[in-house]
Design a protein around this ligand. Sequence first.
Ligand code: TYD
Length: 133
Amino acid sequence: MNIEIISLPKIEERRGNLSVIEGNTIPFDIKRVYYLYDVPSGAERGGHAHKNLKQFLVALSGSFDVVLKNATEEKIITLNKPYEGLLINPGIWREIRNFSSGSVCLAVVSEVYEEDDYIRDFDAFMQYVNGKL
Ligand code: TYD
């Protein structure tokens, strides 16, 4: 599956830690940043795929599971470190669940918001990826 865990620099000091995402950390130009927070217990986010957008997710606080599907595989990646992120390339279905209380999911992405880039129906997604095989 076309995903990658990428470690971020971690600058540890007695006054606290600092991690950074900059140009050469992730393999795309950053066009947008958004974040999920105040997610109620049991709620699910995501539930879509993208045709072109690349996305890098980081658990800035707490933890959550990212369920990933392509035409043939399913994977579950738990994100729980603010100095590590998950790169999701286009054409992969993602659902985000099991948010811990107070968790924050940072999304750094390669495109501005464009609803036409989303595939929000799972059957339509399977048709899309099978057509590409
Ligand atoms: P949605 O894509 O459903 O969130 P998620 O996949 O993380 O569960 O987006 C929720 C709403 O927010 C939807 O109405 C679109 C809007 N939205 C924006 O206006 N701009 C954005 O950058 C994003 C990501 C969402």
